[in-house]
Design a binder for this molecule. Structure first.
Ligand code: SF4
Length: 226
């Protein structure tokens, strides 16, 4: 892979960490992208913060990857959970799979399990860092490396891997022997909650396995809305 991508990414990360630490954190779902980001950030500042949202519906393989990352870096992952009362009410009133019934029901579940916990995770932060890339589908095609997150009070949102390709991520992961979610090798290039993620076939869009029953231009969960 081209060294230039890594150096440019390190520059963005270094400036972000210098400007904002400890009021900045990486949002991780332990995807290959997020693991690259964690490796780079901890190399620049071993005290870099990482938070993750445990929606309660994650794959076992995702928890295994999180554990591998935790052990590798002796990292204290800042897990954030949905409101127990909200999940309890949702499941009592609408069952365990309401998100399959309509887009509105899906956004309701993502709202409770992801969006509200994210808001709490971002409280007190001046900035956050994501592993999103432009190549991850049409909702991310024009992604900038640095944005203002108007949904969360105008804090800064860094996407240092915006221009990285899947091949760049693969190469970095192999060279640095980073942990990889076992599902990636089973056709899951994008992994979210277990019931809302499926494997994709060759030639399908990278996020085709996320909420596959919905239109491609709506494949965001509310975490990255503008
Ligand atoms: S991805 Fe699926 S299970 Fe997870 S929060 Fe969204 S709708 Fe609910």
């Amino acid at each position: 892979m081209k060294k230039r991508h890594i150096e440019e990414t390190k520059t963005i990360l270094r400036e972000a960490l210098v400007a904002h630490h400890p009021r900045i954190a990486i949002a991780s779902s332990f995807s290959p992208e997020d693991n690259v980001l964690i490796d780079l950030a901890l190399g620049l500042n071993p005290a870099s913060r990482v938070f993750a949202i445990d929606t309660g519906r994650l794959n076992e393989e995702t928890y295994e990857t999180a554990e591998a990352i935790r052990r590798r870096y002796s990292l204290r992952i800042e897990w954030v959970f949905p409101s127990a009362e909200s999940v309890q009410a949702l499941e009592r009133e609408k069952g365990l799979f309401s998100f399959k019934e309509s887009s509105a029901a899906r956004y309701e579940c993502c709202g409770i399990r992801k969006v509200e916990p994210l808001s709490r995770a971002l409280e007190g932060l001046d900035a956050w860092i994501t592993g999103r890339r432009q190549g991850q589908g049409i909702t991310r095609a024009s992604l900038a490396s640095i944005e203002t997150d108007s949904v969360h009070g105008g804090i800064t949102k860094y996407n240092p891997l915006a221009v990285w390709t899947a091949e760049h991520i693969r190469a970095y992961t192999e060279i640095h022997r980073l942990p990889v979610n076992r599902l990636v090798g089973q056709g899951y290039p994008s992994i979210g909650c277990a019931p809302c993620t499926r494997a994709i076939s060759s030639g399908e869009d990278i996020r085709a396995g996320r909420w596959w029953w919905e239109s491609p231009d709506h494949k965001e969960c509310g975490l990255h809305l503008k």
